[in-house]
Design a protein around this ligand. Structure first.
Ligand code: AMP
Ligand code: MG
Length: 402
């Protein structure tokens, strides 16, 4: 049997970064920069008003007070977005709005609250220091500055900064494109009627969501029966454009193991998929390799096994290939609130509920209890050589919310 670490390394080695690519800002959200971002212009781009008010010469209003206001003619009205060049003449004021370009010659802005708000003439009721309420060109960003570094994640704020700098495209590490394929003749798409012996297909939508949550992109999420020709033709149809194929089902020790039957002998391009037992519970039957050059990870079909093995093997490798911060879930120690037992020689991943630093297992260890998985927020990782854990003992947990 393979250890969890051995299989982890095999999967991680398969999933490789895509070449850096230029993407528009919106699709770059959450991705990692492959190059530094250098400001091509300054922010603000020009001196402008920080307030709605009046642009003046500071010395013209130096004596202004509520008791002895200064009255000035309003020579111009400057809303934000006015693009013609204006000059303020001494002894006049320009009405000006927040973000509007400061006229040449103006040395201060008096907020509208300190005036009568006039449009023909204005009564100024307070003095203004030179520079008051003026945002200077370049005081935020100077052109030529590196504002975002390679490896940074494009957060909402980083996207906003790039847009403010007039950048329409960013060079990022693109999303891994993942093809999700469920197998099983017993499977029926939700919404259709069930015959006796059939069940609703749940892995495709679940793993597609897990791929997106991991930062990946889903090229297709499909379902096939346990028929080699059908599975092979679905693979051929959907593989182009995928960086990774994730299948579920058809890899254990029974008959009708369609994934194993199709891929065991290698495909025509000479690629090979190796099927192995991994010393873990759930998720023992696993496989990994390549099909037509595209990496493939074959997960077991039981929904809990499928999602747990995605968490253990696929998610960290996908995130690492995209250069994302924290490829692994946050892991920490928590106090177990009840005793549990675990099989010898296997790493057990139990579903649990983590509250503060206390953790309670949730649901039985068997791998078809999807309901419990849906209500848990962590995995408990019980080492291979541990068969019993006492209540109150420390256990390792993976925080699935992080
Ligand atoms: P397998 O790994 O194909 O032997 O499947 C193991 C168990 O998981 C069986 O009970 C299957 O019916 C079930 N199963 C496999 N694939 C799915 C799926 N996509 N959705 C729901 N249950 C599944
Ligand atoms: Mg099956």
């Amino acid at each position: 049997m393979r250890t969890v670490e051995e299989h982890e390394r095999i999967v991680a080695a398969l999933i490789q970064p895509r070449p850096a690519a230029a993407l528009a800002l919106a699709p770059a959200e959450g991705l990692v920069l492959a190059d530094d971002v250098v400001a091509g212009l300054s922010l603000p781009g020009f001196d402008n008003s920080a307030m709605d008010g009046y642009a003046v010469l500071a010395e013209d209003v130096a004596s202004a007070s509520p008791e002895r206001p200064v009255r000035l003619p309003v020579a111009e009205d400057i809303p934000a977005g006015r693009t013609d060049a204006l000059t303020l003449a001494a002894g006049t004021a320009h009405r000006i709005m927040t973000g509007a370009p400061l006229p040449a010659g103006a040395t201060a802005v008096v907020p509208v609250e300190a005036t009568d708000g006039g449009t023909g003439t204005v009564e100024i009721r307070s003095a203004a220091e030179p520079g008051a309420h003026i945002r200077r060109a370049g005081e935020d960003v100077t052109a030529g500055t590196t504002v975002l570094h390679r490896g940074a994640t494009m957060t909402p704020a980083a996207l906003g900064l790039a847009a403010a700098l007039g950048i329409a495209e960013l060079t990022v590490r693109p999303r891994q494109r993942v093809l999700v394929m469920s197998t099983g003749t017993e499977l029926v798409a939700p919404g259709a009627p069930l015959k006796p012996g059939q069940i609703y297909e749940s892995n495709a939508v679940m793993l597609a969501a897990a791929v997106r949550e991991a930062g990946g992109e889903v090229v297709a999420a499909t379902m096939t029966g346990d028929d080699v020709a059908e599975f092979r033709s679905a693979l051929q149809r959907h593989t182009p454009g995928a960086d990774l194929i994730v299948t579920t089902g058809g890899v254990s020790a029974g008959a009708y193991e369609v994934v194993k039957d199709t891929l065991s002998g290698g495909d025509r391009s000479g690629d090979e998929v190796q099927f192995a037992k991994v010393a873990m519970q759930p998720g023992m039957p696993q496989g990994a390799g390549r099909v037509s050059g595209v990496p493939i990870v074959t997960l077991p079909g039981n929904p809990v096994s499928a999602l747990v093995s995605f968490e253990v093997f696929v998610r960290p490798a996908l995130r690492a290939a995209m250069g994302l911060a924290h490829p692994r879930r946050p892991q920490r120690s928590a106090t177990l609130t009840e005793a549990l037992s675990s099989p010898a020689g296997k790493r057990q991943f139990r579903r649990g509920v983590l509250e503060g630093d206390r953790v309670t297992t949730y649901g039985p260890p068997a791998s078809h209890h999807l309901r419990w998985l849906a209500s848990s927020n962590c995995l408990l990782e019980i080492p291979e050589d541990v068969t019993h854990v006492e209540s109150g003992a420390a256990v390792r947990v993976w925080d699935l919310t992080g």
